[in-house]
Design a protein around this ligand. Structure first.
Ligand SMILES: CC(C)(COP(=O)(O)OP(=O)(O)OC[C@H]1O[C@@H](n2cnc3c(N)ncnc32)[C@H](O)[C@@H]1OP(=O)(O)O)[C@@H](O)C(=O)NCCC(=O)NCCS
Length: 347
């Protein structure tokens, strides 16, 4: 059906955004408590040697019991805002990527917006697991360029310790807690390349909450109340590993091509910190030159899902491993299954 505006109605006024957007600031927060592989092995039949060899993880951080995803986000966001050189009231959208905010509603983002002293911006959460931050950067880029926001705060945060079964040999050693944040705003030059993203819903059960919340409610009213276990996250490690290494690795080539650059042009490669062996396989796949720094934050931080890319990128910048203004290829992938990759100019 073709639709034409009615003859006499006024034409809508629409915003005109800036031609380009970029990341102006990055920040990260890791909780204080270091959890070693030895501690993890108190609950599963494993060893420090096996965990390091199969995943590259030496330790991870767990948040305090009373420390929330909003607390962690606030710390990361304040660093990102400081680096961006803006004030919180200049933020027009707060977007949080998380799968571990423990309230179904309301979203975490409005609470964070309030904590930061922003001026009542649009605020919402997205659920795209380990790809959540890269999804968020894509949305923020589009919002700024379309003129619907000036500065967008994008936060990736997880408190996975709340949802990890410490007795599950297949996942207990992988996950950690943390937050990473970016401020996206207008730019004089293209600072965020096209996002290559997608989903593979056929494999929705490869990483998942074991049962829906409604399972717990049914349990509370049944005669065998208490029979249903807490809906921890479970993952089919081998399948996820194969999917990451064989099925979606070509996404990085597409993101480079879409941005009009090659792997030689990169100053940093920041893949989701899922497993050091997945990172190594991806490096091989792209044929990344050896002198280009690669995020290996997983060794000390574990897999922090939506937080992993910004946490790793912020660390590379802060430790001088990647240059301000340099080109980074970032790539998130995980539960859904979903993925998103883009080349960005580092703040
Ligand atoms: C989880 C993961 C590290 C397991 O490594 P893997 O090499 O696939 O291990 P497998 O499941 O094939 O098991 C290999 C052997 O180690 C054993 N094993 C499994 N878990 C173990 C553990 N925690 N400690 C010691 N041994 C273990 C298995 O029993 C098996 O023994 P067998 O060969 O005698 O049968 C790996 O599959 C992985 O990283 N997958 C991707 C996870 C991921 O990225 N998740 C997040 C995505 S966002």
């Amino acid at each position: 059906m073709t639709v034409q505006p009615k003859p006499d109605q006024p034409t809508l006024t629409v915003p005109e955004g800036p031609r380009h957007a970029r990341i102006h600031g990055l920040g990260g927060y890791r909780p204080e408590r270091v959890v070693t592989n030895e501690e993890i092995c108190r609950y599963i039949d494993s060893s420090d040697e096996w965990i390091q060899q199969r995943s590259g993880i030496k330790e991870r951080r767990f948040a305090r019991e009373d420390e929330t995803v909003i607390d962690m986000s606030e710390a990361a966001a304040r660093d990102a805002i400081a680096m961006a050189g803006i004030t919180p009231d200049q933020i027009s959208v707060v977007l949080m990527a998380t799968v571990t905010h423990p309230y179904q509603t309301p979203a975490a983002a409005p609470i964070l917006a309030e904590r930061l002293g922003t001026n009542g911006p649009a605020a919402f959460d997205i659920s795209a697991a380990c790809a959540g931050y890269c999804y968020g950067i894509s949305l923020a880029n589009d919002m700024v360029r379309a003129g619907s926001a000036e500065y967008v705060l994008v936060v990736g945060v997880e408190k996975l310790s709340d949802f990890t079964d410490k007795h599950d040999r297949g996942s207990a050693f992988i996950f950690g807690d943390g937050a990473g944040a970016a401020v996206v705003g207008p730019s004089d030059f293209p600072g965020i390349g096209p996002t290559v993203w997608g989903s593979d819903g056929e494999n929705w059960d490869k990483i998942m909450q074991k049962q829906p919340w409604t399972g717990l409610r049914a349990d509370m009213t049944s005669e065998e109340a208490g029979a249903v276990e807490w809906p921890h996250f479970a993952m089919q490690g081998q399948s996820v590993f194969r999917w990451a290494v064989y099925t979606i690795a070509p996404v990085v080539d597409k993101a480079l091509a879409a941005a009009g650059v090659t792997s030689d042009d990169l100053d940093a490669f920041v893949p989701h910190q899922a497993n050091m062996r997945i990172t190594d396989a991806m490096i091989k796949h792209i044929g990344l030159p050896e002198d280009i720094p690669v995020a290996r934050d997983i060794a000390e931080t574990g897999n922090t899902s939506a937080a992993s890319v910004p946490l790793a990128a912020a660390r590379m910048l802060n430790e001088g491993e990647a240059p301000h203004g340099g080109l980074a290829l970032q790539f998130g992938f995980g539960a859904g299954l979903v993925y998103a990759a883009q080349v960005v100019v580092l703040p």
